[in-house]
Design a protein around this ligand. Structure first.
Ligand code: SF4
Length: 313
């Protein structure tokens, strides 16, 4: 309680906004001014005037806020909070892939570095990826990266061939299709909710496939009493708050580990949040030349999401 009061005091003193992703621990989510998925966090950060934003999430999320609002100090509690998709899309190789496909439209999932964003034509999140791809003229070749599972899901759903970059989320690929089948068999009335970063053999058992906000909304609105959820378990906090009467079951991973917890999201803690607000560090920095270029595809994403038509090259 003392620590929470200290964070609230520092937040007031710094005029800081605290944003938290659904995959953070429940105590961090409860402390935040706003909790959401990647798209919601990016949208919300644009609506506020706080000079300091603390992103309880991973570094690419903090960089996204910085790119959209470069005048703000954007803190992350732990600079080691990376993401396997960022690690799987090194800039030079990703650029060579783009250069090998001239006249294509490069759609990059928001889970990528600021450098990668700067050479992308448009960014998407799992919440708006379908809308973004649909907005691209059908005669254009689409390059999609860095998540091959999301890309493959979109290809099938939209019946649109795309060139896919071979990255993956190290957390979502661990769900076991075999064990999910057994769990579904044991709970035949429980809808299976899955994030599209999961592999195809897991997605084939899903009744609902969508972003964390979409899955949360399903739990809020579907009268079922049990749900099986294939995504990072941090989201269970909001699901249980919204539906205390419902049972939320974690889709199982192979083995008996808790390896469906994102090790990067879980690097954050209340202690690190207090220290970051106290010292105003660590803060993300993005070179101004990269900010200018990376803001273009991010703003395109926000415009398409808001229903504004876009000119493509
Ligand atoms: S859950 Fe996967 S995609 Fe999300 S931050 Fe962790 S490693 Fe990256």
């Amino acid at each position: 309680m003392e620590l929470l009061n200290e964070i609230r005091r520092l937040k007031r003193d710094r005029n800081a906004l605290i944003l938290a992703h659904f995959y953070e621990d429940g105590a961090i989510q409860d402390l935040a001014d706003f909790v959401g998925d990647s798209l919601q966090l990016a949208q919300f950060s644009q609506k506020t005037n706080n000079p300091v934003v603390l992103m309880a999430g991973v570094v690419f999320m903090a960089e996204t806020v910085k790119i959209l609002s470069p005048e703000k100090t954007v803190l992350v509690p732990d600079l080691n909070a990376g993401c396997s998709l960022v690690a799987h899309s090194p800039f030079e190789e990703y650029k060579a892939w783009k250069d090998a496909h001239p006249n294509s439209i490069l759609v990059s999932y928001v889970n990528c570095s600021a450098d990668v964003k700067s050479i992308s034509d448009v960014i998407c999140t799992s919440a708006n990826a379908e809308q973004i791809i649909r907005a691209i003229p059908p005669e254009k070749t689409v390059l999609f990266g860095p998540d091959r599972n999301l890309g493959s899901y979109l290809q099938k759903k939209l019946n649109r061939p795309m060139e896919l970059w071979p990255g993956a989320c190290e957390v979502h690929v661990l769900f076991s299709a075999r064990k999910l089948f057994e769990l579904k068999h044991a709970h035949p009335n429980a809808p299976v909710l899955a994030h599209p970063e999961c592999i195809e053999s897991v997605l084939q058992y899903a009744d609902v496939i969508g972003s964390t906000s979409r899955l949360l909304n399903e739990v809020k609105t579907n009268p079922a009493k049990t749900f099986i959820v294939a995504t990072e378990p941090g989201i269970f906090h909001q699901m249980k708050k919204a539906r205390p009467d419902a049972e939320i079951l974690q889709a199982p991973a192979e083995g008996s580990c808790a390896c469906n917890e994102c090790p990067y999201m879980k690097l954050n803690s209340l202690e690190k949040i207090a220290a970051a607000l106290h010292d105003l560090t660590p803060a993300v920095s993005v070179m101004p030349s990269i900010v200018d270029k990376a803001r273009v595809p991010l703003e395109r994403m926000l415009k398409i999401t808001a229903g504004t038509p876009i000119q493509w090259h």
